[in-house]
Ligand binder design. Sequence first.
Ligand code: SF4
Length: 350
Amino acid sequence: MSELRSCDLRSLEEMMQQLQQPSFRAKQIFGWVHQKNITDITQMSNIGKNLLAMLQNEHTLGVMQLEKRQVSADGTEKYLFRLSDGEFIECVLMRYRGDMSKARNTLCVSSQVGCAMGCIFCATGQSGLVRNLSVGEIVGQVYEVNALLGEKMPVGNVVFMGMGEPLLNLDNVLKAIELLNDVQGQNIGIRRMTISTCGIVPQIARLAQAQKDFVLAISLHAPNDELRSQIMPINEQYPLAMLMNACREYQRVTKKRLSFEYALIKGFNDQEKHIKQLEMLLKGLDCHLNVIPVNPVAGAGHFQKPSREYISRFVQGLKKVGVNASIREEKGKDIDGACGQLRGKIKELS
Ligand code: SF4
């Protein structure tokens, strides 16, 4: 049985051809599935009983069950979804308010169940990879959350920073981005979608060839190989020189600004000399560095965040040497905001 949420318009048209149905049915089904966020095939009220029965017999929608919803004092919401095979994934809704022009709902989505990358500071990385998510399971996170939000402010930005390494499920991630961007679907602007990677060098080159306008964010987290290898095993395979070369080549081809993430860990990567090393690393790149106070997780509880004042001083130091840096606002501190924490707890209980 195939998932309708994984189908684009072309595959629905092929499906209609095989079922000897007129091609306009494909557009109707696409609208129900990808725009109206239906949760049951029988909600397609205008496609006729026979076609409905055929769809029910041969396809599923690919709906996931909401297992848990946590709401933070700052409005951030975290969702745990159970997939059709019993696996769990998480996604996090971050509400940015302030002046209305900047108000937005951003959904941090997962691309895999678990993750093979083993980053020390990440709860998902501690549990290993189970499998890739299908296209439908990726877009479904947006659909399910929009259905939960009702008509209020739907998800307007999507960041692939949840569970998993998106570049290791790149075909499905790119298809999901196309579906989310479709004007007949959610119509989320491509520039409002961010793919985050821990640095899979060959796939960064592939991304550049995709020639799409999404934002690429690189999880840097350390200013030199010695420190980076201690917290991100991928650095052994693709050390910083290779990674930064790939970033420069990506920028040369796409002409797009890059985003870098830097989890600041007290006494580890937060020294004066690290500012200098970051300056050298990022020199000549059009980029922005997000400094994120580290979020301690089980197994890496010894990682502590520096004080607020210290973080501000670190960012000021970066700015002084010409690095375009800012502090990433922390969201959902009281609800296991970091990815993988909620799934980890459910696994512990089961
Ligand atoms: S931080 Fe990202 S890439 Fe690293 S282990 Fe966690 S999910 Fe995987």
